[in-house]
Design a protein around this ligand. Structure first.
Ligand code: TNX
Length: 511
């Protein structure tokens, strides 16, 4: 202890850190309020992390931060070591019941030359605040202010909480399958930008990707291939649980989607009694949509769906179950309505809140169910009329599988070309007249017809997904393309360090 405090004294005398400006840091999403004070906190080999010890999750968040600091700086920063700190040279992550912190996911970050104090009511808020802290630590150290390396953290105060409670992305693991490792890497990147939802599109015509123990052929047969005829794959329930837990450690909720009654060719090949389009079913490796449907008038189909929803719900701690419901072009309208209403009951029976693509609002769905708006303004209006919440995923603005421009690799362009600026420059709060009260949040879906490995996923998702994080977290007043574009350029060192194969948009002056 004596040695440590002596070292701390020495450090204080010696260091002469350059002036800083917290407000000019490259934070994305932009926090609600930033007040800069021009000094710096020296992150170095003498820094220690302390956390509230009796508040759930805080110690683990301290460990998470230490691991990320090790990755960025190489420093081995202890967490909750025995010596009682004198609050100098420490990062403290504390649970606080302060009224100022009562908004969900709210946090406050105070950086002074002596300490970094991160306060939040909840572990979730603390976790979001840790991402801000990660972002304001410089990529490179100062090597001349001391005999050891120092990373100066700009001082000041940040007061923050998100605009939208739902900030998501979707990964289509059905058209092409992606491994647990790939999904975890995507989760890590989403977490850094304060996303809190990952929607997994687990089934489609080309593949069934989640093990259902009571219906093993779904994965044996339905999971055996993918677009282009490659080998496909699926998550065992254990692997899915691994993903769910990994996401939960990053305060990200996994939303499973089983797309039905259309987009069900893979299920029907596995169990032909499910099929309702009157044709012989075969494995499908193409990219057409809208040709498949379940037989919506057979009780046995609902018994099957009951098993599927039950098994998946049992390993999904999050509150949502996504039933798809899009593009059921060969399901009769009355059959579609009957189907959605019946499946909604099953979803509720297993304690989940139903989400569906915007077409589901044509059925008599509960106001608690959620519509994911992707194309139909008419459906969005209907959802509003029913008092439903809406997830904003307008294809023209938020689809990560749209090409950036006619020359960029991968992707489709049926909705639009979406360059990096266009993806950012729109106001979800004022889109197609949808009242902001109905908007649960934003989700950027990545359909995978044209991408078959994680590098290609990253090319489409980054940098656009970074922009959606700001659209869903930051206030409209804090969003500005000119400012964003500079902050985005400065994400390059992070993206490179994470080995992200992002699209080097020519609109950005990459650092
Ligand atoms: C439409 S958007 C689909 C998907 C395709 C996507 C390709 C929606 C609910 N359905 O089946 O993959 O377009 O962009």
């Amino acid at each position: 202890v004596a040695f440590l405090s002596c070292e701390a004294e020495k450090k204080k005398r010696v260091l002469n850190l350059p002036k800083s400006n917290l407000a000019m840091e490259n934070m994305i999403p932009m926090p609600k309020k930033v007040v800069a004070t021009e000094n710096a906190f020296a992150l170095d080999q003498f820094t220690a992390i302390y956390t509230s010890e009796n508040a759930d999750g805080f110690q683990e968040i301290g460990q998470f931060l230490a691991k990320k600091l090790k990755g960025k700086t190489g420093l081995d920063i202890p967490v909750n070591v025995d010596e009682v700190p004198n609050m100098e040279g420490v990062i403290y992550i504390g649970q606080s019941d302060s009224l100022e912190l009562k908004a969900p996911e709210a946090y406050q970050l105070y950086v002074t030359p002596d300490s970094v104090i991160l306060n939040s009511n909840t572990a979730e808020g603390a976790f979001r605040g840790v991402q801000t802290l990660r972002q304001i630590i410089p990529e490179t150290s100062l090597d001349t202010v001391a005999e050891y390396k120092v990373w100066p953290i700009p001082t000041g105060k940040i007061i923050d909480n998100p605009v939208f409670e739902y900030r998501g992305s979707m990964l289509d693991v059905a058209r092409h399958f992606f491994s647990v490792e790939d999904v975890k890497k995507y989760i890590d990147l989403l977490a850094y930008y304060k996303y809190n939802v990952l929607h997994l599109h687990l089934t489609d015509d080309q593949g069934w990707r989640i093990e259902i123990k009571s219906w093993p052929k779904l994965t044996e047969i339905g999971g055996s291939t993918e677009v282009g005829g490659e080998s496909g794959g699926f998550f065992t329930q254990e692997e899915y649980t691994d993903i769910v837990n990994y996401a939960a450690e990053r305060y990200i909720t996994i939303i499973p989607e089983v797309d039905m009654p259309g987009h069900t060719n893979a299920a029907s090949v596995s169990y032909p009694f499910l099929n309702g389009n009157g044709k012989k079913v075969e494995l499908y490796e193409g990219t057409q949509v809208g040709f498949s449907t379940f037989d919506t008038r057979k009780d046995s189909v609902y018994a099957f769906i009951d098993d599927v929803v039950r098994e998946i719900s049992a390993i999904t701690p999050g509150p949502y179950f996504h039933i798809g419901g899009d593009e059921s072009h060969v399901t009769k309208k009355e059959d579609y309505i009957y189907f959605v209403e019946r499946v909604e009951k099953i979803v509720k029976k297993y304690g989940k809140r139903m989400i569906g693509w915007d077409e589901i609002v044509t059925a008599d769905v509960d106001s608690e169910s959620i519509a994911q708006f992707w194309a139909s303004k008419e459906n969005a209006d209907l959802a509003v009329k029913k008092g439903m919440k809406i997830i904003m995923s307008p294809a023209k603005k938020a689809y990560l599988d749209m090409q950036y421009d006619s020359l960029s690799k991968h992707g489709l362009h049926w909705a639009a070309y979406i360059p990096t600026d266009s993806a950012y420059i729109w106001t979800p709060e004022e889109y197609e007249g949808i009242p902001v009260e109905n908007i649960l949040g934003i989700e950027a879906p990545l359909w995978s017809e044209t991408v078959s490995n994680i590098d290609e996923v990253e090319y489409l998702a980054f940098p656009r997904a970074i922009g959606y994080s700001e659209l869903s977290w930051s206030t409209p007043e804090n969003r500005d393309w000119e400012s964003y574009k500079v902050r985005l350029a400065n994400q390059a060192p992070f993206l490179d360090r994470m080995d992200v194969k992002y699209y080097p948009s020519p609109l950005i002056d990459w650092k």
